[in-house]
Design a protein around this ligand. Structure first.
Ligand SMILES: C[S@@+](CC[C@H](N)C(=O)[O-])C[C@H]1O[C@@H](n2cnc3c(N)ncnc32)[C@H](O)[C@@H]1O
Length: 209
């Protein structure tokens, strides 16, 4: 049986970051969302499927002090720790499959670029929704980036689920207020194009019954 963790460990063991189609030297779109929400520097931030993304570097550079990175791959975490050097100790690292994540706290800001779209089965998507609900504070923000309906239908050799602004919003709008969606054409290190949709949401207060 194909093992998801083995798949990702293998990728991070064998390839340099410049080979990854999703590689960005600077995660400008994600940082733009953070600036839009005017997150205080003490905000608790979690990056789901962070891999060896440079978002954590950017957040540390911007002065954020409460950063958590979650990824299924231990190797990706190790690579990021090596890149960060001493600064790595300021970050909380969680090696976990997102669908098995049981948040021990609630976050102000939940970020996911190109991890959620690997959940193709309905049951996994429902699970993710429940975990997001558990893990984001009332008034907290969520930013999700996935391939759009104009983007690829695979990523890293795995099937993905494409979203549009409407389909992503429909999934989350029960618990979240949509704030802003954008489409972005990501240029890969191999000079090909991938169309993404990014939506941001704010967690609405849980009604008191
Ligand atoms: C396409 S990469 C994107 C990495 C990073 N977010 C970025 O934008 O550069 C997908 C990442 O999600 C992680 N991932 C895939 N499925 C996952 C899951 N079920 N739980 C946790 N992480 C997962 C992979 O290990 C990988 O690091």
């Amino acid at each position: 049986m194909h093992n998801l963790k083995t798949h990702w460990e293998n990728i991070y063991e064998t390839k340099p970051e410049s080979d990854f189609s999703w590689f960005q030297p600077y995660p400008q779109t994600s940082v733009d969302f953070i600036n839009l929400f005017k997150l205080p520097k003490t905000a608790s931030i979690i990056d789901i499927g962070g891999g060896d993304s440079h978002l954590v570097d950017a957040l540390l550079e911007l002065g954020y002090s409460d950063i958590t990175m979650l990824d299924i791959s231990a190797k990706s975490i190790e690579r990021t720790k090596v890149r960060l050097g001493e600064k790595a100790s300021a970050v909380t690292w969680i090696e976990k499959n997102i669908v098995d994540f049981e948040p021990q706290r609630m976050y102000d800001f939940w970020h996911d670029r190109a991890a959620f779209h690997f959940l193709t089965a309905e049951i996994q998507i429902i699970k993710y929704l429940a975990i997001v609900k558990q893990g984001i504070k009332s008034g907290g923000h969520l930013v999700l980036g996935t391939f759009s309906d104009k983007g690829p239908n695979q990523c890293s050799g795995l099937e993905i689920r494409q979203y549009t602004e409407a389909s992503m919003s429909a999934l989350f709008e029960k618990e979240f207020r949509r704030i802003k969606c954008i489409e972005e054409t990501h240029i890969t290190p191999h000079n090909t194009q991938q169309n993404f949709v990014f939506c941001s949401f704010q967690r609405t207060p849980t009604p008191i019954l």
